[in-house]
Write a protein that binds this ligand. Structure first.
Ligand code: ZN
Length: 1015
């Protein structure tokens, strides 16, 4: 595949490059200037234009071709890199789109210095082509590349697009790929993964109907248009905005041509809408006092927040100018648009940024500031965002966080009041603490990815967690190590030296080292390259009269700088920073004899991106010096690294046998998943007058660098009452309450996936079950003597599972070999969704096959035709509202096992001790919870099986089902069934007695969901 080839090329060139970066004087970059004329057709949604590109080859190499990006072609068909990524991330919109809503660029006729030149499209990517130059372009030479072009603007599926007559024109013109010290960078357009472009000057003429308001990169050159924008801005001050009024007015029959110029820019984008309101303002830069004009463009939809948004643009321009370096352009603008980028709230282009969605004023400020900030970290420092997305998103996030801290103080995540957050154990409720907890959980569960990775290699959630949040943490840490003042000084100089250039990670590292005389290999070559952060711990300390020796161990291989503090209670007596190391070392402190040092703490400020903070503290006196105090809190708590966490919650539950139960849930699980984890839910049944409930205790291991991704060994316990037919004498039978007790020893292995973004996973589960049914029953021997009995049996089982959770044709396979009470059975289940054309919805097909390998077993262990009802759940795997109830709706709760017929035919006639094959079909009605079901089965019973009636081998049923939550809460309404099944319901049976249902409690286990984060 093209991308793989490209990556390999990059790896090779990166390695070679190491030797040449020592000579920054050898730096060069290409100059690419553009002259573009373009006309919008707002009926056909097309652009007609021509472009002249002046390309100066500043490289030492002779070029025989130039790679050209034709990114509107990303929307050409469903096979492009963009289309495939969109589908992989779970979005069906583009895949299912009509041809007329797709987009492309055509009518190209390239000439180089007026000589025809051949364009050759990349075989895999229609949005990349190479232009063979008629004559080689020597070092230092300049050529002019011209072509007409025509763009069919797609409906908005990502960034370039139109929503009605709102036009977002970005990544729209033929554009040379970057040629730099590492070679060519031809890259297909992607949703997740941004840009890398050459710097140059743009001169652009845009023709639109007169009544369009246009916001574009750079300086508008038409005085009359500036006048008009001024007037709109003035009018807007007294306007009343009707949010619901979003009608596009008719387009003027006459057109205007707007002229824009921007220098030293690597892109040009424009946005046009006839409905736009305009707000205009200005801000004087702190150093030069040069005035930057600011504009925001917005529709009625979000006018109540947006009319004051110029203030945010102004403040962001000032903040970044002050913190990083002066803004170089004359305008800064923001547009209220509509993006369809996965999870994106905004998108940046030089001098203009587009946002999408509704925000309160704080969030609007936040997003605008982030996007305006990209003028520095992408617009001016032209990073390769595709290969190193942390450089623009992450560093920008660091400054954005500082902006938000400056103007909003400590923020809580999701705006939770800090008191509420505290209840949930999130210390201070600070957004950083919560995000750290989430990151730690992801790290613990082997789901972390390094900060420095190609953009396309991240899972969608990880892209946010690591590229954005983690890089932000890492840079805050770096600033803490260096001291804020020095960090700012170094960054400002970096900005000065590298503005309008293409700095690579190694350039940044070299700059930090040159400016400080310190080595930052631990940061740039280790910390950001590894999925797990450092982990220092204190093993012991020795106290002298005025000095202290502290033994520190680094449990990671990242020699990251760290701080150690002497503490007296909550107050810090002294904090020192130390150079990092691997292995163990002793560090020394001086302290005053009158200091009451109660404990010693690593990373007191919580700025080190440590994966484990539990081992950071040691007490100076008393036993259990490294033991943490208990933190006992109700409900779900976030991990508090200074405490041993225990959560509790009062429980009330009900089933038809135990009736009302009350008890206490106690657990130590957190989203970070402790290695030793327990969840206990003891309850008291007021009817059975006994203790019932559930519990589990287990070890969770997520080994690094192993073919095993997750290993869990657990002991599970369950005890509830059930309805037992109690034979008291030969004549008398009565229903009575008994309890089952179930012990399950379980080993689960999840194998590592082929790649992080792979949708396929595999695993093995081993189980040993011991079931004790406290029946209190009696039997009679030959002479009528009473023999009390209890039932007890064991089950051993191994299951292999494969799951592929892709959007189209997702499927799963489970194969189980089971020994129950000495008999063996083998069964397998295959599920696949067959998508309707261009739909997320489809037909769910389930195939089941089961066979007994040895001696036939008692009926209750057999393969049931119907979904498993409580009397056949001999593994006691499920939770039933009315276990062993004989009648009533609760007796018709079934689970998706065996034949999974929905007709409640639970008689032993429909249980096989030989083999059973079944096929279940669910025809889902799209966008409704309704489906039609059909079940088919072929089964046989051995001769020894008691056959009371003749039953056909082939059976069927069908009807309507309500899927409130797929495979969790479902109701089944049979409409037809095979004659044998029909016979189960004598004349006069009410229809309601044929209805069955599913409530799958196992699928609702929140602890299980926390253990297996899906990212
Ligand atoms: Zn961003």
């Amino acid at each position: 595949m093209f991308l793989k080839r490209l990556c390999l090329l990059l790896i090779l060139t990166v390695n070679l490059q190491r030797y040449s970066i020592a000579q920054p004087s050898s730096y060069w970059q290409q100059d690419v200037d553009y002259l573009i004329h373009v006309t919008l057709d707002d009926v056909q949604h097309t652009l007609q234009g021509d472009i002249a590109i002046t390309y100066r080859n500043n490289s030492p190499d002779e070029l025989s071709l130039i790679y050209i990006h034709l990114w509107p072609n990303a929307y050409k068909n469903t096979k492009t890199a963009f289309a495939r990524q969109k589908l992989e991330s779970g979005s069906i919109d583009f895949y299912a789109s009509k041809d007329e809503d797709k987009g492309y660029i055509d009518q190209l006729d390239f000439k180089v210095n007026n000589e025809p030149a051949t364009l050759k499209y990349d075989e895999e990517n229609p949005d990349i082509a190479s232009l063979a130059l008629p004559h080689p372009l020597k070092s230092g030479e300049t050529i002019t590349i011209t072509t007409p072009f025509h763009v069919k603007i797609p409906k908005c599926f990502s960034r370039l697009g139109h929503t009605g007559q709102l036009y977002q024109i970005s990544q729209w013109y033929p554009k040379p790929a970057v040629y730099d010290r590492k070679g060519w960078h031809p890259i297909p357009y992607l949703d997740q993964g941004e840009f890398y472009s050459e710097f140059g000057n743009f001169h652009v003429f845009i023709t639109v109907p007169d009544n369009y308001v246009v916001g574009a990169s750079g300086d508008l050159q038409n005085p009359s248009e500036i006048e008009w924008l001024n007037k709109l801005s003035e009018d807007g001050k007294n306007a009343s905005y009707v949010a619901a009024d979003l009608v596009f007015p008719p387009s003027s029959p006459t057109t205007k041509t707007l002229e824009y110029k921007i220098e030293r820019s690597h892109d040009f984008a424009w946005f046009a809408d006839k409905r736009f309101h305009v707000a205009k303002s200005a801000v004087a830069l702190p150093q030069s006092e040069r005035v930057v004009t600011t504009y925001v463009y917005f529709t009625n939809a979000h006018a109540s927040e947006w009319y004051k948004a110029c203030d945010y643009v102004n403040r962001a321009v000032l903040f970044y100018s002050d913190q990083v370096g002066e803004y170089p352009w004359n305008v800064a603008q923001a547009v209220d648009g509509s993006l369809e980028v996965e999870g994106a709230g905004g998108m940046e282009y030089p001098t203009i940024t587009v946002l999408s969605g509704k925000y309160d004023s704080e969030m609007l400020d936040n997003v605008i500031t982030h996007e305006v900030g990209h003028n520095w970290f992408y617009g001016i420092l032209g990073f390769n965002e595709r290969s190193y997305p942390w450089m623009d998103e992450g560093i920008n996030t660091y400054y954005e966080n500082r902006y938000m801290d400056t103007y909003y103080g400590d923020r809580t995540l999701f705006g939770l009041p800090s008191q509420v957050a505290k209840v949930f154990g999130v210390e201070s409720g600070d957004a950083d603490d919560v995000l750290w907890t989430v990151n730690q959980a992801v790290v613990n569960q082997n789901k972390a990815q390094p900060v420095q990775l190609h953009a396309a290699k991240y899972g969608t959630i990880n892209y946010g967690l690591f590229v954005y949040a983690q890089t932000g943490f890492d840079f805050r840490y770096l600033a803490d190590v260096m001291g804020q003042e020095q960090f700012d000084k170094v960054m400002r100089k970096f900005y000065k030296e590298w503005q309008f250039k293409h700095p690579q990670p190694e350039d940044m590292k070299l700059h930090f080292e040159k400016e400080t005389g310190e080595s930052y290999a631990w940061f740039f070559d280790k910390l950001i390259m590894e999925a797990r952060g450092p982990d220092y711990s204190i093993s012991k300390f020795q106290k002298g009269a005025s000095a202290m020796a502290v033994d520190i161990k680094n449990n990671s291989d990242i020699p990251a700088a760290f701080s150690v503090s002497l503490m007296s209670g909550d107050s810090v007596l002294r904090t020192d920073w130390f150079r990092g190391f691997t292995g163990s070392q002793t560090i020394y402190f001086n302290y005053k004899p009158d200091w009451n040092v109660t404990h010693i703490k690593i990373d007191e400020r919580k700025t080190i991106p440590e994966t484990k903070r539990e081992n950071n503290t040691i007490k100076t006196s008393g036993p259990f010096k490294t033991m943490e105090p208990l933190q006992i809190k109700p409900f779900f708590t976030a991990e508090n690294p200074d405490k041993t966490n225990i959560s509790y919650m009062p429980l009330v539950a009900w089933n038809d046998n135990d009736k009302w139960m009350a008890g206490l849930g106690i657990w130590n699980s957190t989203v970070a998943t402790p290695m030793f984890e327990y969840v206990l839910a003891p309850m008291y049944s007021f009817t059975a007058k006994t203790v019932v409930g559930k519990g589990s205790a287990g070890f969770n291991l997520y080994p690094e660098n192993s073919f095993i991704d997750r290993l869990r060994v657990s002991e599970n316990f369950k005890r509830f009452s059930f309805d037992e037919l109690n034979v008291v004498t030969l004549e008398d039978q009565l229903d009575t309450l008994a309890q089952f007790t179930r012990f399950e020893t379980k080993g689960e292995i999840d194998f590592r996936k082929r790649s992080f973004t792979s949708k396929m996973s595999q695993g093995i589960v081993l189980r040993h079950l011991f079931i004790y049914e406290n029946i209190n029953g009696y039997n009679f021997d030959d002479v009528g003597k009473i023999l009390p009995f209890d039932a007890r049996y064991a089950i051993n089982e191994i299951t292999y599972s494969l799951k592929n959770k892709r959007l189209l044709f997702p499927h799963s396979l489970h194969v189980t070999l089971q020994d129950v009470a000495g008999s063996q059975k083998l069964f397998s289940e295959f599920n696949i969704k067959i998508n309707y054309p261009k739909s997320k919805s489809g037909v769910n097909v389930r195939l089941f096959g089961g066979v007994w390998l040895g001696d036939p077993a008692p009926a209750e262990y057999g393969f049931t035709l119907a979904g498993v009802s409580s009397p056949y759940d001999y593994e006691y795997d499920q939770m039933y509202y009315g276990r062993n109830n004989n009648d009533g709706l609760l007796s018709r709760q079934i689970s998706r096992e065996n034949g999974f017929f929905k007709v409640p035919a639970f008689s032993a006639d429909f249980v096989s001790d030989n083999f059973l094959g079944a096929a279940n079909f669910e025809f889902v009605v799209p966008k409704t919870p309704v489906a039609l079901f059909v079940d088919l089965a072929y089964f046989d019973r051995s001769a020894t099986f008691i056959e009371s009636t003749y039953i056909d081998n082939f059976q069927y049923d069908g009807g309507v089902m309500l899927q409130l939550v797929d495979n969790v809460v479902e109701f089944y309404f049979p409409l037809f069934m095979s004659p044998n099944l029909e016979e189960q319901f004598p004349d006069g049976t009410k229809y309601a007695d044929k209805i069955s249902f599913m409530v799958n409690f196992n699928a609702m286990n929140i602890f299980e969901l926390m253990r297996k984060l899906e990212l």
